[in-house]
Design a protein around this ligand. Structure first.
Ligand code: AQP
Length: 331
């Protein structure tokens, strides 16, 4: 008998441009895993509105992000690709799970602490309960694995805690998901400040998937390094160079030792543009393909509509089971 494939769920907020961080930390792994697993890849627009968005831009970015997912190599025939708000079961399950999540647990989330500091004038309840919606996204599909960057590990761990609690109160309902974090590039740092994460909401030190070559080169030439000259991996003392080396290895497939050897005796003036060029070549085919796909509105609409239908079918199975277990009257 053929063994049932394990399931993956992952998503990215259309709250800004897709970045080199989100590509290397997440999307590239989605592409690598799509043949082995049964996958759902989502554009999590409900998460995006936890901070203020410009409506027209949010709409445009959601569609552009789908085009970029496909351009990165995700196959809509193989995977379920959809927009979160098209599947209302996410919000319904999130409400229920919120009643099985402690205020204290949510208060400890580092992303909430960072984002509430960043948006001090608009700390919404949605920003606080964001991890509950993320738990619903994952648990709704009984996902075994969640491929994310290092920064999302805490949220996946909370998802497991919520699932375990629910399973304990009732009976086995949810699969306990595992985070899948890449060995290289799990946390790319800002080119401007290598002590902070490369993040789409901080565009200065961030390389975007759709940046043209000249913009990418400029960003790398300006990247913050240190006042030494050696191209050596040393995260504590040389965070800027270490980040650039990580990016170089992720872009070229070279090992760290090979990369260090390639630049031995050469200064940062040679190294920084070389990293830029490696990234330009990594992203060039993706950008060109995304620019082509994004103009095909009818195709993209058919992808997200089919995706939502298929996702709803799976989501309903879990949601009705949950509703029955907690004592809601069947519809
Ligand atoms: N710098 C990074 N290095 C490695 N992985 C990263 N990811 C994001 N930045 C890096 C991973 O990519 C996915 C993006 O998910 P998201 O946009 O929904 O959430 P995020 O982590 O909040 O992304 P940003 O860019 O940091 O957005 P803002 O600025 O809005 O907070 C996730 O899997 C993430 O781990």
């Amino acid at each position: 008998m053929e063994e049932k494939k394990k399931r993956i769920f992952s998503g990215i907020q259309p709250s800004g441009e897709l970045t080199l961080g989100s590509y290397i930390g997440a999307i590239r792994n989605w592409v690598a895993l799509q043949n082995e697993y049964d996958c759902l890849f989502c554009i999590v627009d409900e998460h995006a509105i936890t901070v203020r968005q410009e409506p027209a831009l949010l709409r445009k970015r959601s569609i552009a992000q789908l085009a970029q997912y496909i351009a990165c190599g995700l196959d809509p025939e193989k995977n379920i690709m959809f927009i979160q708000s098209h599947v209302p079961q996410h919000a319904e399950l999130a409400w229920i799970l919120g009643c099985y999540t402690q205020f204290g647990e949510l208060s400890r989330m580092t992303q909430f602490k960072a984002k509430s500091a960043q948006h001090a004038d608009n700390i919404t309840a949605g920003l606080f309960t964001y991890p509950v919606l993320m738990a619903a996204d994952i648990l709704l599909y009984q996902a075994d694995l969640v491929p994310v960057g290092e920064d999302q590990k805490q949220h996946v761990e909370l998802t497991r805690d919520i699932a375990q609690r629910f399973n304990g109160v009732y009976s086995d309902t949810f699969v306990l998901p595992e985070p899948f974090i890449p060995k290289l590039g799990a946390r790319l740092m800002s080119l401007d400040d290598p002590t902070t994460k490369m993040s789409k909401s901080m565009p200065e030190g961030c390389v975007n998937l759709m940046d043209p070559p000249e913009v990418i080169m400029k960003k790398f030439k300006r990247a913050v390094t240190d006042c030494e000259t050696a191209v050596k991996f040393d995260k504590v003392n040389k965070p800027g160079i270490s980040n650039l080396l990580t990016i170089y290895c992720a872009a070229t497939g070279k090992t760290m030792a090979e990369a260090e050897a390639a630049f031995a005796g050469q200064g940062y003036g040679v190294f920084k543009p070389a990293v830029g060029e490696a990234v330009v070549e990594l992203l060039r085919p993706i950008r060109e393909e995304a620019e082509r796909i994004v103009t095909d509105k009818a195709y993209l609409e058919s992808v997200y509509k089919t995706g939502a239908q298929r996702a709803q079918y799976l989501a309903n199975k879990t949601l009705s089971k949950v509703q029955r277990k907690i004592g809601f009257v069947a519809r």
